[in-house]
Design a protein around this ligand. Structure first.
Ligand code: MN
Length: 226
């Protein structure tokens, strides 16, 4: 696993005071890569878009929410890598802490780079290589299989180093639908404002995606005789 840097993540936070996960580079060794979009009601409501790669979550803050409409290019500000375990984080970052406010898992699922139409859901190493190179180059194309976000998207760096654009490619999932009208957590069903009154429960991030050895389908299936 390539070395990734969670120093910036750690430096911004006080782990005795925030329920956010401590920095650790860990991820499943098999299965497809995970993506997550967290809705974060901080000083300004925004969406944190994260792609698993090399044991961490590559992260962009999207002020206006991802769109399914290819004409709606969304500013995505590249921010520090987050630990893999952050993917299932829902809860309240206490007042006075970095990013104070409520966080829900607005969408999650698996993803693969899809440059040139090829996908690598079955090959995590190759998928990670393409994402790593894409982040370096400032140009990524990937296919999302989430509950709310589906289909092919691009992330493209602008002339401003931290400022990228998140753009929906034209495909059968492109739509003028306002996807943020679906404002509940895909994990717990709560809306971000509910977290002010309801406590959040966490599940491990690794449970968000399928993992384990791939087994072939049986060549024949016996009929059920019940
Ligand atoms: Mn945020």
């Amino acid at each position: 696993m390539a070395k990734s840097d969670l120093e910036e993540y750690a430096a911004k936070r006080t782990f005795a005071a925030t329920p956010e996960p401590k920095p650790a580079v860990t991820a499943p060794e098999s299965g497809p890569l995970l993506f997550v979009v967290q809705q974060h009601s901080a000083r300004r409501l925004h969406y944190d878009f994260r792609l698993e790669c090399d044991g961490v979550l590559k992260s962009w803050a999207v002020p206006k929410a991802p769109a399914l409409d290819p004409d709606q290019k969304r500013l995505a500000v590249h921010v520090e890598d987050h630990p893999y375990d952050y993917a299932s984080f829902e809860g309240v970052i206490p007042p006075g802490q970095y990013g104070a406010g409520e966080v829900i898992v607005w969408d999650c699922g698996v993803y693969s780079p899809d440059e040139g139409g090829a996908t690598w859901f079955h090959d995590r190493r190759q998928a990670e290589r393409e994402i790593r190179e894409g982040v370096e180059k400032g140009k990524l194309s990937f296919l999302l299989r989430g509950e709310k976000l589906k289909g092919s998207f691009a992330l493209v760096r602008t002339k401003e180093a931290k400022q990228w654009l998140l753009i929906k490619h034209k495909d059968r999932f492109a739509a003028p639908t306002d996807v943020i009208a679906q404002n509940r957590s895909v994990l717990s069903g709560v809306a971000v404002e509910d977290l002010k009154v309801v406590p959040a429960h966490r599940i491990p991030a690794a449970q968000l995606v399928p993992a384990g050895a791939i087994e072939a389908m049986p060549a024949t299936l016996a009929p059920m005789l019940a």
